[in-house]
Design a protein around this ligand. Sequence first.
Ligand code: S3P
Length: 441
Amino acid sequence: MIERAPLTARRVGPLKGRVRVPGDKSISHRALILGALTVGKCSISGLLEGQDVLNTAKSVLALGATVERRGEGEWVIHGVGVGGFAEPSRSLDFGNSGTGCRLMLGAVAGCPITAIFDGDASLRRRPMQRVLEPLQRMGARTQGAAEGRLPVTLTGAGDAIPIVFEPPVPSAQLKSAVLLAGLSAPGQTIIVEREATRDHTEKMLAHFGADVHVEPEGNRGSRVTLVGQPELVPAPIVVPADPSSAAFPLVGALITSGSDIVLDGVMMNPLRGGLFTTLGEMGASIERLETRNEGGEEVADLRVRGGALRGVEVPAERAPAMIDEYPILAVAASFAEGTTVMRGLKELRVKESDRLAGTADMLRVNGVTVEIDGDDLIVAGKGLALGGGLVATHMDHRLAMSALVMGLASEQPVQIDDGSFIATSFPDFVALMRGLGADVA
Ligand code: S3P
């Protein structure tokens, strides 16, 4: 049980300095799960040591792989091979993490074992049927999952059935779960996405020697074909800095005038880059100082300077590339001049909290005019926010961090009811922000 931790952010002045945010959460989960499915020893550096990823590490251990922490972010996994997970003696607790849980449901679905999947109150509210349905088609059996929610008991199929799957919603977790189950299928598992989502699973599978091909599908989609039953060969993983975490100090700097910061080694994967595109359109000063390749991803040092922003229209088709960034974009939009319309945010309702409602409430209690129209969020930017609000964070780390960033530039301090969930994705957030000059306590 995590203890509640109210926090307050106050305006003090510009942010200055150079920092590196922690490793990418999506890649960290995949490194542990896929590393555990290789045959042999797989080293990981830069692993995010947030609660979500630590829960995934515990579940990998419970499933029979050996997991060793050798130093900060330095981990070694001794994998058991595709289909080689052993039946866990206790239920697997994924805490707050949809990614850990859904990816592991897929990985276990390809093993002839039974495991119980569970999580905290937030994860127990999130939809699992979208993942269980294709896994059942692949031969897995499930029990529990009342109304498609956790806890669920899943019995995997030794040889999964290869399927062609068209995800009903754009979701990398869904795609990845089916690919992970497809690893033990004799034949081709094919995913046809109408809208391409983050491709970290596909890239890491190729890195470990699997036969996996990605082709464009239509205007914005992708078709992934995986040949099942490969032997995954361990290869070192370097985890780049998480763009979804970088978003918080980045927007903090943009909205506090006179700020000038550098964010080191931020992953620039285009399927994660919607926020950078949008902030660019809003007139933000974000300069790529040096671009290089780290662990198979393009990364860049980003110099960010405070300055005026203008409201923009964010098209629905951009949502998959910035699905986790809407709360912090809404904060930037509050400090912009003019209206920002963010379209097509239905999926935000089923994140760690109902993030569409939570984001609107966060703005409203701090004196910003905001409206939800269907699945769209409309923020009337006036170049400032009054602040003074107490923000309900609903066990949602991204609402908590967004609200604190808002407090750095609003007239009055912004308070949050609970900052404890920040530790799920960005354990050093408060210390890093203070290091840049922010007043968060
Ligand atoms: C993730 C996919 C996204 C995102 C989540 C991480 C992943 O979820 O919101 O934070 O690592 O695959 P969905 O697949 O539900 O969109």
